[in-house]
Design a protein around this ligand. Structure first.
Ligand code: UDP
Length: 457
């Protein structure tokens, strides 16, 4: 890798890119992966980050880091209301971010700063970049399809469609093929109007940016990409999946329990269900117990990530009945956080029960692991619909969480022909991923044009 970078550096003059990740796990991972991808192509990297959920800088000795105060703890922010958290960041970071960026611009001697790359939901960064005359590119960490769904949500809100009535839940959304009204990516917050405001702002800032980078690939989302190109008429770079260039382990905020892998090593090929709902989703005690009994009754071995805080009001596993795990006699392994990409790539992993965060969905596709979809909010609802009804590589658990339903879904995906069909289909997608990343492939070419574009500033 270092040789590849050296040769890029010799061919091109030195340029620096400044990146600013949103401090949530599902946003930090792709932004730091992107930073590594750009570094390998010969660009120098500076990461501006908040104190809240700050990345482990020791894992990136080749980057420069600048920390800015975010005032989040004083504001009582938490990931239980993501929209409120994002709003607070968009207010609190304006001055420290502008000061930090201005200082960086005035300090640089041998290398000039080519551009700023920020997360789309940081809408305050556009006026800052404009006032400093710095080109500004945005990274969208979700799928292209869910971005279009967010754009449609904004329109539907203007037309007065919300809140959705039960009688309309199954109705198709004209603006986004394949979605029903109940798949619209709503995110609950203390004041619904804040969510719609954020949508409007981030859509208009996205349109005003110099370009849009996606952690997705053309072959997976061709139709959505065509619509995006038609509606947004801007430079678009689908260069994903990022984690195939660099694993996310170095940007993990929680320590990954490696016992997951030694436990998987003892299991039969494709026999294990991996269960994780990501870094934010939470369930109540009743749902947690239904999940636990559904897993137990399925008879299938399972590796279960129970993140501290997953069950609202509890520290960790306290709601489980006494002796529950012992009763399973080695068929279950429970961890607080797993090395997810290694788990999905392990030969023993046969299925993934997921909340369909975009990173998890892409990681599953890249390893050819069929899914059970359990979306909780926002883009997860759209991803689940695409996984189950467009790409047909997963089963959507749509009804309320109930142990009998869960048991049947698990057996279908791991043990029955339906699961095998999904596995065959997702293996086809996996092959397309590999082709897109190879020389001449769609993501490969898109990355080349992104690099030339950045160097043209
Ligand atoms: N992840 C992990 N260990 C776990 C669960 C998740 O390393 O036990 C990683 C996963 O590989 C992914 C990220 O955390 O890169 C979660 O992002 P995603 O978009 O799937 O969901 P979010 O956490 O944003 O809801």
């Amino acid at each position: 890798m270092e040789n590849q970078r050296e040769s890029h550096m010799q061919q091109r003059k030195k340029r620096r890119v400044v990146l600013f990740p949103l401090p949530l796990q599902g946003h930090i991972n792709p932004m730091l992966q992107l930073a590594n991808i750009l570094y390998d192509k010969g660009l120098s990297i500076t990461v501006i980050h908040t104190n809240f959920n700050s990345p482990n800088t020791c894992n990136y000795p080749h980057f420069d880091f600048c920390s800015i105060p975010d005032g989040l703890l004083e504001g009582g922010a938490s990931t239980s209301d993501v929209i409120a958290l994002i709003e607070l960041l968009n207010v609190n970071c304006v001055v420290p971010f502008r000061d930090c960026l201005a200082k960086l611009l005035s300090n640089v001697e041998e290398e000039s700063i080519a551009c700023l790359i920020t997360d789309t939901v940081y809408h305050f960064t556009q006026p800052v970049a404009d006032s400093l005359k710095l080109p500004w590119i945005v990274l969208r960490t979700s799928s292209i399809s869910s971005f279009l769904a967010f754009a449609a949500t904004s329109l539907l809100h203007e037309k007065g469609y919300f809140p959705i009535q039960d009688s309309e839940a199954e109705a198709p959304v004209q603006e986004v093929p394949s979605l029903r009204m109940k798949d619209i990516p709503i995110i609950e917050t203390h004041d619904a109007e804040n969510f719609y405001q954020l949508l409007v702002r981030s859509m208009s800032q996205t349109k005003a940016s110099s370009g849009l980078i996606w952690n997705s690939f053309q072959e997976l989302e061709q139709d959505a990409l065509t619509t995006l190109q038609r509606d947004f008429r801007m430079r678009i770079f689908p260069i994903g999946p990022f984690h195939k260039y660099f694993p996310a382990s170095s940007s993990s905020l929680l320590s990954q329990d490696k016992s997951s892998i030694s436990w998987l090593d003892k299991q039969a090929p494709k026999s294990v269900l991996y269960v994780s709902f990501g870094s934010i989703a939470a369930v109540n005690e009743t749902e947690f117990l239904e999940i636990a009994w559904g897993l137990a009754n399925s008879g299938v071995p399972f590796l279960w990530v129970v993140r501290p805080g997953l069950v609202r009001g509890f520290e960790w596993l306290e709601p489980l009945p006494k002796g529950f795990l012992e009763m399973l006699d080695g068929r279950a392994h429970v961890v607080k956080w797993a090395p997810q990409q290694e788990v999905l790539a392990h030969p023993a992993t046969g299925g993934f029960w997921t909340h369909n965060g975009w990173n998890s969905t892409m990681e599953s596709i890249c390893e050819g692991v069929p899914m059970i979809c359990q979306p909780c909010f926002g883009d997860q609802l759209v991803n689940a619909r695409y996984v189950s009804h467009v790409w047909r590589v997963g089963l959507h658990l749509e009804k309320r969480l109930e142990r009998g339903e869960i048991e049947r879904a698990i057996r279908k995906v791991i043990l029955e022909a339906e699961g095998q069909e999904m596995r065959d289909k997702i293996m086809q997608l996996k092959k397309k991923v590999d082709v897109s990343l190879r020389q001449g492939g769609s993501s490969y070419q898109s990355l080349e044009s992104l690099i030339s574009y950045i160097e043209s500033f």
